[in-house]
Design a protein around this ligand. Structure first.
Ligand SMILES: Nc1nc2c(ncn2[C@@H]2O[C@H](COP(=O)(O)OP(=O)(O)OP(=O)(O)O)[C@@H](O)[C@H]2O)c(=O)[nH]1
Ligand SMILES: [Mg+2]
Length: 427
């Protein structure tokens, strides 16, 4: 591993408890390593401890924590990152013990988002999330700082300063929230100018290939990168469904396990495209060993957003990488009925995906046949807004019309039109 002299040197720590397996923990630490690298630090060590539950004061065992102090000093480590959420007390204790910065997964994710935010909206969202994360942790930062400044360590002046800092933070948070409300309103107005087109949104774990698929379907020049959180902003573009209908596709930020709740809350307006979509396309990287957990994380995040009940097309991407693993493909096919196997990069099965998206939008359809008496053509006008007229023929007793419409609408029309027209059940 190449180590850059001026970059931070990080040690990663995970806990093996009764709810995780060894291999899941390894995967989580690998993912954390990718995050820490993305944040611009070198990972010089990985460490994990097996214990039933975290220690209240030091997260890992106190003995281990003391032991690690010398490793940290010897290896010139400047940053320790935990895979799990730490309490402000644990952070304070460990920073005192080790004399280096201590962060958890959420802290690193926030840092990456802050580095990557480009649009004004993303910047405001990230700053808000960071301040909300910081607020309960402010005390330790201050006590840490006051110790460095004058070795005071007492409550008096420090506490006063802390209260001032807290008040300033709260005021800034209020300000950012108002700014986000304005941006959300503009976004809403923009959205409503975009007529009433069917709306689709790509969702999925980070690095699954959403932006690659966005490019393949809409030719939008969105960035594609082999790194976590390549996309932070939302892009919406037009595309055509196989029926010829024009629709909208949104590409947005990827999800990740333990995404800080402050971040999800702050990104609500960016994620509005997901919440308001008619249909979701859930993109999964089938070549990732832990893709099943990724699917669960995405489902949980959608639940948090209140978008879990939408019609969803499940698309297993990067199938070109696992083409030879027939047993895996069979297994997944049985486990997730109706799922599609695609390659966004190689253009495999994209036409099928579009057909599935169209069907998910329309829902199950049926064809209803009507005979309208020539004296009552008004009724025909009303019918057009309910579906697509697929056949029409003048007959002696009236106009024969066949309409394709979503199943629930068919039910309704049967009731509504029954007294006036002859409803012929489909042949
Ligand atoms: N082999 C293969 N690689 C792919 C495929 N689709 C995407 N990739 C690669 O996977 C990496 C991530 O692709 P992105 O499209 O940026 O993924 P994303 O889901 O938008 O990621 P975030 O924006 O970070 O959430 C890139 O290196 C792509 O080239 C595919 O079908 N096959
Ligand atoms: Mg992307």
């Amino acid at each position: 591993m190449t180590v850059h002299p001026t970059r931070e040197r990080a040690l990663l720590i995970g806990l093996l408890h009764h709810r995780t397996t060894r291999s899941a923990l390894e995967d989580h630490l690998r993912e954390l390593e990718a995050l820490v690298r993305s944040a611009g630090a070198d990972v010089v060590g990985l460490y994990w401890q097996e214990r039933p539950a975290p220690d209240v004061a030091t997260f890992i065992g106190r003995g281990k924590a003391i032991e690690l102090a010398s490793v940290i000093a010897q290896q010139g480590i400047s940053l320790v990152v935990f895979d799990d959420e730490l309490t402000p007390v644990q952070v304070r204790n460990l920073e005192r013990l080790w004399g280096v910065k201590v962060l958890d997964r959420a802290g690193i994710i926030l840092h990456i988002f802050a580095q990557r935010a480009r649009t004004q909206e993303a910047k405001v969202q990230v700053e808000l999330a960071q301040l909300q994360y910081l607020l309960p942790r402010l005390s330790h930062l201050w006590s840490h700082l006051s110790k460095q400044v004058g070795g005071i360590g007492t409550r008096g002046p420090g506490e006063t300063q802390l209260e001032t800092d807290r008040r300033l933070l709260r005021r800034r948070i209020q300000h950012l929230k108002r700014k986000l409300d304005d941006i959300a309103l503009q976004r809403y107005q923009r959205r409503h100018r975009r007529d009433e087109l069917p709306r689709f949104a790509l969702v999925g774990y980070t690095n699954a290939g959403k932006s690659t698929l966005m490019r393949a379907v809409t030719a939008a020049p969105v960035p594609v990168e082999d790194r976590l959180f390549a996309t932070l902003d939302t892009t919406v573009r037009r595309f055509q469904l196989p029926s010829g209908q024009i629709a909208l596709l949104a590409d947005t930020v990827g999800f990740l396990r333990k995404l800080p709740p402050q971040l999800i809350a702050a990104f609500r307006s960016t994620l509005a495209e997901v919440v308001e979509a008619d249909v979701l396309v859930h993109v999964v990287d089938i070549s990732h060993p832990n893709f099943r957990e990724h699917i669960r994380v995405v489902a949980d995040t959608l639940r948090t957003l209140g978008a879990d009940a939408k019609p969803t097309v499940l698309a297993f991407n990067k199938v070109d990488r696992v083409a030879s693993e027939t047993s895996l493909l069979q297994e997944v096919d049985a486990e997730y009925p109706g799922a599609l196997f695609i390659s966004a990069e190689r253009g495999i099965n994209l036409r099928r995906l579009l057909v599935a998206m169209q069907h998910a939008y329309e829902g199950p359809t049926e064809v209803l046949s009507f005979v309208f008496p020539y004296s009552d053509m008004r009724l025909l006008q009303g019918l057009r807004s309910w579906g697509q007229i697929v056949y029409q023929e003048p007959r002696p007793d009236g106009l024969f019309v066949q309409l394709r419409c979503p199943h629930p609408i068919g039910q309704r029309l049967r009731g509504q039109y029954a007294p006036y027209v002859t409803v012929v059940p489909p042949a």
